[in-house]
Structure formats: C-alpha cells, structure tokens
Design a protein. Structure first.
Length: 312
C-alpha cells in the first residue's frame, strides 16, 4: 500500500472519530448534563460573589463612615488652623503654602486609613508607594524644582501676597497666592497667570510694591523756534501728583532732525503712579499749547523741477 493510501485511511479514521464525538455531544442527555454543569458553575460563582458582598458590607459601611468622618475632621482642622493663622497674624504668603501642605498630609492619612479599614496591608502599599514616589520623582523633576522654589520664596521673601512683581520673562501681576508648585498672579488686564515657583525663584524679580515712590519718564519734542526755558517752566508746573523730592527734571535729550527732544523725569507716590503717568501727558500737551509751543511732527518737502528749469 502506498503512502498516499495510508494518509487517506488515517484522514478517514479521524473524520469518523470527530463525527462520533459530535454525535455524542448533541445527544439530549449529554446536552442536558453540559447545561446543568454550566448552570452549576455560574451558580457557585454568583453565590461566592453574593457571600463576599454580604461579608464586605460591614467593612464597606465602616470605610464609608471613616471617609465621611475624616472629611469632616479635615475641614474642621483646616478651619481651626486658618483661624489660628489669622489670630497670630501669620504672613499671607506663608498661610497658603502651609495650608496646602497640611491638606496634603491629612488627606494622605485619610486614604491610608480607609485602605487599612478595607483589609489591605498598608505596609505593602507603602512599599509600593515608595517605589512609585521614587519613579514619579525622577519623572517629575520640574515639579520638585517648583516645590523647592516655593520653599525658597517663603524663606527669602523676594515678594509677598499683594505685591506687584515682574520676572525676567516679562510675566507680571499682583501676587494672589503662593501654593506648593505655582504662584498665582493677576495682571493689569485681570487675567490669572500661574507662574511656576521654580522659574520665579531662579529668575530676576522686579518688585514694584517694595518701594514708596516710582519714577516715570516722557520724551517730548518741541520746535527749534520755541523757547526751551518757557517749555521747561510750563511742564509739570505745580501738579500735586508729582512729589518735590526727588525734584522733577526736564532737559534736552537730543537735537533731532525736526525737533528738540526734551526728556521729562518725575517721581510720584506708588499709589498715584499710574494716575500720574497716564494723566500728565495730556496735561503737558495742553500746557504747551497754551504757552504757544508747538510739538512738531515729521514733514517732507517735495520740489518739482520742470524741463525749463533744467535748461536754465
């Protein structure tokens, strides 16, 4: 007998065996047994699940009570701490930073208590968390830098809540809150700006609230025909917003193409700086007009030469 014939016989025997198995599987008694066995397995699983749920109900209720009471106690502790800060007149910058740390610690303790109440081993969880914290620390180096920057800001106090500041990148505004990672500013347009503490701590900061007076400066051009002394007398003449010491200055800064440029420097109190800076330009313009002093503007003179002019 050839090899092909042997393979055909083997395939035939295999098909016959599979056919017999299929017929046995579809027999009513076998189908019934399979259904009963599947139903029995599902019933056992459901019974175990229901038993676990029933057994876990007291623990879940206990965990829910711990969560409710814990949140209530945390809020109570936060209110008490805030009142103590207010009574002791703790600096506003330090209040927000310390409150953020206190809330983080309290909520972490609450979560660990709930986990322990549910029956999990907190030691194993803490071990796993320590590894996660290490991995997160390596991945979130910028956040750690921001946290360290917040600590440095509170230690050295280059600015406080309520100060108007500007950093080297041009971000400016009034400090509203100093948190763990970010400092909240409100700029002149009323927009909230969240600046990372790390960038602020490592940046050049200009604090406009640490000074009592601020200087503003204008450059105004007058015509060459006008009298410089008269212009100097009418500029900043007896304005209450301009302080006397340091005395205001008006001097010739440049002899430009079409004007004599005068530089005006004057000081105003911090509270009246914007009012003086924004309002005095109009007053200076009116005073120069009343004194008959012109503020020139660039002009171009055009001459047309005809062919007859060229022939001459």
């Amino acid at each position: 007998m050839s090899i092909d014939s042997l393979n055909i016989v083997k395939d035939t025997i295999t098909l016959v065996g599979q056919k017999e198995e299929l017929l046995d599987a579809v027999k009513p008694e076998n189908v019934k047994d399979n259904i009963v066995e599947s139903v029995s397995k599902m019933t056992n699983i459901v019974e175990k699940l229901l038993a676990w749920i029933i057994d876990s109900i007291p623990v879940m209720i206990q965990a829910f009570l711990v969560l409710t009471v814990g949140i209530f106690l945390i809020r109570l502790v936060v209110k008490i701490v805030k009142r103590r800060f207010e009574k002791r007149n703790v600096d506003l910058s330090l209040r927000g930073f310390l409150m953020s740390i206190i809330k983080f610690i309290l909520y972490t303790m609450l979560i660990l208590t709930i986990i322990q109440t549910l029956g999990f081993q907190t030691t194993a969880i803490l071990g796993a968390l320590s590894g996660l914290v290490l991995a997160a620390g390596l991945a979130l180096q910028g956040s750690l830098s921001n946290f360290a920057g917040g600590v440095l800001i509170l230690l050295f106090r280059p600015f406080e809540v309520g100060d108007y500041i500007e950093n080297a990148s041009g971000t400016e505004g009034t400090v509203e809150k100093i948190d763990l990672l970010y400092t909240t500013l409100t700029n002149a347009q009323g927009i909230k700006v969240f600046s990372p503490n790390g960038a602020l701590a490592n940046s050049v900061i200009r604090n406009f609230s640490k000074i009592s007076n601020r200087r503003f400066e204008y450059v105004i051009g007058i015509a060459y025909e006008d009298n410089i002394k008269v212009a100097r007398e009418v500029i900043l003449n007896n304005d209450e917003r301009v302080i006397k010491q340091p005395a205001p200055e008006v001097f010739v800064n440049e002899l430009a193409d079409s004007s004599v440029n005068l530089t005006i420097r004057a000081w105003a109190e911090k509270s009246q700086y914007w009012s003086a800076r924004n309002g005095l330009q109009e007053e200076i313009k009116v005073a120069l007009d009343n004194a008959g002093i012109n503020i020139p503007y660039p002009q171009q003179e055009m001459r047309i030469i005809s062919d007859s002019d060229l022939e001459k």
